[in-house]
Design a protein. Structure first.
Length: 150
């Protein structure tokens, strides 16, 4: 089911507090310790430690191994849509000429499948973009690569 997630994955990493799982981490010093570690503080639970202790979630792996979750989400959403919105989508597709009359349940089910797939894909991509944005803010890296001052 990797086609749901898409092929263009970045290898960005998100860091989380090992104690409470919060992403509200702050580098407390610009200087590494004697053990060559960067001191980090968690604003959520006041944990103190160093960067090597942080929980790391590499997006690439996170979202690849989440294929099962994506598949589960898709099935779940398709069932929800079939129960709650099949008539609405059926009317909509009919109105725009995407459904033949008489309405074929198989054809409608096919559309519901694609709709659920597309929605889940968008949700995952949005979530990924939000996580990347968060980690960029934390790292202090400019939003748009290539636009930084020289
Ligand atoms: Zn914490």
């Amino acid at each position: 089911m990797s086609e749901i997630v898409g092929a263009q994955q970045t290898a960005a990493q998100a860091y989380f507090c090992p104690k409470c799982g919060s992403p509200s981490l702050r580098q407390t010093s610009k200087f590494v310790t004697e053990q060559n570690r960067l001191p980090v503080h968690c604003d959520a639970c006041q944990w103190d430690g160093d960067q090597s202790q942080l929980a790391v979630a590499p997006f690439k792996h996170e979202f690849k191994s989440d294929d099962d979750i994506a598949q589960g989400m898709m099935t779940d959403l398709r069932n929800v849509l079939a129960k709650t919105a099949a008539v609405t989508y059926g009317r909509f597709l009919l109105k725009w000429g995407f459904l033949d009359q008489p309405i074929s349940a198989v054809q409608l089910a096919h559309y519901m499948d694609s709709i659920a797939r597309a929605v889940v894909k968008t949700i995952i991509e949005t979530r990924k973009a939000m996580a990347e944005e968060k980690s960029r803010e934390r790292a202090g890296v400019p939003r748009a690569p290539g636009t930084q001052d020289r």
